[in-house]
Design a protein around this ligand. Structure first.
Ligand code: BEZ
Length: 250
């Protein structure tokens, strides 16, 4: 699978809604002043900044160097790190993650790293794509990839687990699941679906080479009946999995 390169500038333009919609999971985190928090998959740091504003001591990590530059430009403490190979040891009161865990196909490695990063009694609170997330989009992308003989993973690289599957991952890493919910969150895409596809599945459309524009147009045509309304507004079929899990105090 081709790794995805992120442009922080393009992300803010076409996907700025991601942080705006992260407010609910911050409420589940209920950050307390002075807490040490790791923001796992912090992106450009929009929500990290919110946590700092609430008086927390926050470190952001993200796999994308461009995103980390953008987070640092906001004055945040942030470093490039693979969420599947975290390098912390008992440093944090809480690990927080919004809209990032579906990009990490080794959830056991993530959960083990989070466990190690937390102090005893620490909590892991997050939200990401759950089972059935972007189902129409995934179907269209897989269909496009198949028609071109491209591998399915290029169309569908994401991890969208059920509640049962993710609870097992957390429990196997030593967490107690305090609460978890899977819910539909239809998400407006004001820039249109082509912009969304170019931001979130760039490697697939890059693989089309000079047929890129045709492939995007075909994806748009496939998705239009289910995601575009009568006046032309696009809404993506997001499904979120939100959870709070805790480590034993000792
Ligand atoms: C999401 O946030 O649900 C998402 C992001 C990228 C691709 C697919 C889904």
């Amino acid at each position: 699978m081709t790794a995805q390169e992120w442009s922080a500038e393009r992300y803010v333009r076409d996907a700025g809604f991601v942080a705006e919609l992260g407010v609910g999971v911050v409420e589940w985190l209920a950050p307390r002043k002075g807490e040490r928090i790791l923001d796992l998959g912090c992106g450009d740091g929009a929500l990290t900044l919110d946590l700092v504003g609430q008086g927390c001591d926050v470190t952001g990590v993200d796999g994308s160097a461009d995103m980390i530059e953008a987070a640092k430009a906001r004055g945040l403490e942030a470093q490039v790190m693979d969420g599947q190979a975290l390098r912390f040891d008992g440093d944090f009161d809480a690990v927080f993650s919004n809209a990032a865990l579906h990009w990490m196909p080794k959830p056991e490695a993530v959960a083990a790293g989070v466990r190690k990063a937390l102090k005893p009694g620490g909590r892991f609170v997050g939200e990401f794509g759950g089972f059935g997330n972007c189902a129409a989009i995934v179907t269209a992308l897989v269909s496009l990839a198949r028609a071109r003989g491209l591998p399915q993973e290029l169309a569908m690289p994401w991890y969208f687990p059920t509640e049962t599957a993710y609870a097992k991952v957390l429990q196997a890493a030593g967490f107690e699941v305090k609460r978890m919910m899977l819910f539909a969150r239809p998400t407006p895409v004001p820039a249109g679906i082509k912009g969304w596809l170019e931001v979130f599945r760039a490697p697939l459309f890059d693989a089309y080479g000079e047929d890129r524009a045709d492939a995007l147009a075909e994806a748009e045509a496939l998705l239009s009946p289910s995601l575009r309304d009568e006046v032309g507004n696009w809404t993506a079929d997001y499904v979120r999995l939100r959870f709070e899990a805790m480590l034993p105090a000792k």
